[in-house]
Design a protein around this ligand. Structure first.
Ligand SMILES: [Fe+2]
Length: 186
């Protein structure tokens, strides 16, 4: 699918050569977003576009120093300000080559349903559907992946944390569907 979209392919290469962790994370996010899109009954064409948006969501990180991306522990205020630029940097990298859905995934995947996200502080359905899905997939993928400084959580633990400590971040209906999707896996 990505091979049908030359701009998407080039953008993804930028990510994989810059920081391999971000690349493999992006593939996880594609997988979970595609699963969720299917679960909520999106048409195949739309689900495919959501999946491309998902795999490219962090393309802007190719402009952020890897020392910040892979820093263990908390980022300083200044580092966090730099990090917060990656959705907009990503949108700039995509330029006019990409569809609206793809740039929405890139620009809005750190917005939160309760309005506490960045960079725009959008709330509820001001956040495009694709970005609402990518946010769930992004957090779940991060929690369930092992890094040099942390162990991977099980799916069950990750969903528990997302439900109990982060519930305001996500569209509740979509989150419910995601729990059903992951809960039905053998
Ligand atoms: Fe991101």
């Amino acid at each position: 699918m990505i091979l049908n979209e030359p701009a998407a392919f080039t953008s993804l290469l930028k990510v994989s050569s810059h920081d391999y962790h971000t690349f493999s994370h992006s593939v996880d996010v594609l997988l979970y977003t595609a699963g969720l899109a299917q679960k909520v009954g999106l048409k195949p064409d739309q689900a495919r576009e959501f999946a491309v948006g998902a795999v490219l969501h962090d393309v802007g990180k190719s402009q952020i120093p890897t020392t910040i991306i892979n820093k263990q522990g908390r980022l300083s205020d200044e580092e966090f300000e730099q990090m917060k630029a990656h959705p907009d940097l990503g949108r700039t990298i995509l330029g006019q080559h990409d569809t609206r859905t793809i740039s929405q995934a890139v620009a809005y995947h750190h917005e939160r349903f309760d309005g506490t996200g960045y960079p725009y502080g959008l709330k509820g359905d001001e956040i495009p559907l694709v970005a609402q899905m990518v946010t769930i997939a992004d957090v779940f993928a991060a929690l369930t992946t092992k890094r040099s400084y942390k162990a991977a959580m099980s799916s069950f633990e990750a969903l528990g944390i997302m439900k109990n400590q982060m519930s305001g971040h996500f569209n509740p209906e979509l989150f419910k569907s995601f729990v059903q999707l992951m809960g039905s896996q053998p």
